[in-house]
Design a protein around this ligand. Structure first.
Ligand code: PLP
Length: 421
């Protein structure tokens, strides 16, 4: 029953009951963590064979490049081909980088600040603004905040960001870009609809150097065969001569090893040329030994898909456990809404407005660490204090079940307290 329909005495009785359950959990001195989207040990172990010396049939890439030595700026051919298959973009439009796509994104914004993106340095602009679909990825916001770029919230719908708002706001030439996660968004798990992708592809921003950072971190991270699909942004943008607007990034962090995988950028011919020009000053080349072993181990997109099926077998039961607990403990009470993602790394939970911070604090006291409330919004400020990001992959199955139960008790306790106080 919706708690709004409870009488005063029913509310008090339920709160007493919840307080007892909560005290019981506190007494267990638990230490559970649902805060960061990290693969668990079983997941990283899936790629252990990649660490075998047997994988190195030779120390030459297929074009003869000696992988142990200097040389090769943009990636060995077999690795570029692998990312070309993953992203559906020609290998000539791919640059392979080091282990982190976040690093590519940070560098890209840094170069826009210093040198510009085909126009003037953003440092010389009076104001630089970015549009931020919310809730979103805290580290995107962190990059923008660190450069003093003003962030404007764009609400997410279940088709992607509010495109009417984006189309209107890009008429302002100080709006220089947007970070987004078009597939299994972090944290909402939303995959952009065909219409949303087409509207992105046909954007007509006033700023000549407007850039969309198309962070396709979860492009192969399906939880089952019943998965989402995403239109190819470069195919769509080509219809409007808009390819220069998009910088796509991805990585194998959650395919092979976070921190020891490989990342890649896909972009138009013009953008690839500009980025390579900068890179010739910045590096002699990235880690070709790692590129070689990733290409040798996965071979092609089928190899990646097989690995992702094994990941899904490990993590889907954890997602299901959280969702089943939410349905059992929270559904119908009018105190929470959540998504059931078909892929990615997160579940997004909206609690009663004004209680998210309290829920996170209550969980912490009971030994369950969650991502800080507000983290999914620019400047750490969730205007309604209602969104909480749940990361179910890292803890064990039993831990995640317990953590989800405790979370539900805290959500309901905070909701009733907010009504009765
Ligand atoms: N982009 C998104 C949307 C993420 O959720 C994450 C990690 O959680 C990253 C990028 C980080 O990627 P990388 O490990 O390649 O730096």
């Amino acid at each position: 029953m919706d708690i709004k329909n409870y009488s005063k005495s029913e509310l008090k009785a339920r709160l007493d009951e919840l307080n007892n359950i909560y005290a019981g959990y506190k007494a267990m001195n638990l230490s559970l963590n649902m805060a960061r989207g990290k693969p668990c040990k079983e997941q990283v172990s899936l790629s252990d064979d990649m660490l075998s010396a047997d994988l190195f049939k030779s120390f030459a890439a297929e074009d003869g490049t000696e992988i142990r030595n200097y040389g090769n700026l943009d990636g060995i051919p077999e690795c570029k081909r692998l990312f070309s298959e993953i992203l559906g973009v020609p290998a000539d439009n791919i640059i392979v980088f080091g282990n982190s796509s976040l690093n590519i994104m940070y560098d890209y914004i840094a170069q826009c600040m210093i040198f510009g993106a085909g126009d003037t340095s953003w440092l010389k602009c009076d104001k630089v603004k970015f549009l931020c679909p919310v809730p979103g990825y805290d580290r995107h916001f962190g990059i923008l905040e660190s450069f003093g770029i003003e962030m404007i919230n764009i609400p997410m719908t279940n088709e992607g960001p509010d495109m009417d708002m984006i189309e209107e706001l890009v008429k302002d030439s100080s709006v220089k870009g947007l970070f987004c996660v078009p597939m299994y968004s972090n944290p909402g798990g939303v995959t952009y609809s065909d219409e949303t992708v087409k509207r992105f592809a046909s954007l007509k921003p006033a700023a000549k150097d407007f850039r969309v950072i198309w962070d396709n971190a979860y492009c192969v991270h399906h939880l089952s065969d019943d998965c989402d699909s995403l239109l190819n942004i470069f195919d769509e943008a080509a219809k409007f001569n808009n390819e220069d607007l998009f910088i796509e990034v991805t990585s194998t962090s959650k395919i092979s090893f976070p921190g020891a995988g490989i990342s890649a950028l896909a972009a138009s011919k013009n953008n690839i040329a500009a980025i390579k020009k900068r890179m010739t000053v910045q590096t002699i080349g990235h880690d070709k030994i790692n590129q070689y072993r990733h290409a040798a181990y996965f071979k092609n997109l089928d190899g990646i898909k097989n690995q992702m099926k094994k990941h899904a077998e490990i993590i889907k039961p954890k997602f299901d456990a959280v969702l089943e607990t939410f349905s059992r403990e929270l559904a119908g009470k009018g105190i929470a809404k959540w998504n059931s993602p078909k892929g990615g790394y997160f579940i997004s939970l909206d609690v009663v407005p004004g209680t998210a911070k309290k829920v996170v604090a209550l969980c912490k006291e009971a030994g369950v660490v969650l991502t800080g409330a507000g983290a999914t919004y620019p400047y750490g400020k969730d205007p309604e204090d209602k969104n909480i990001r749940i990361a179910p992959t890292f803890p064990s199955y039993d831990e995640i079940v317990k953590a989800a139960e405790i979370l539900c008790v805290c959500v309901e306790k905070a909701a009733i307290e907010s009504i009765t106080e």
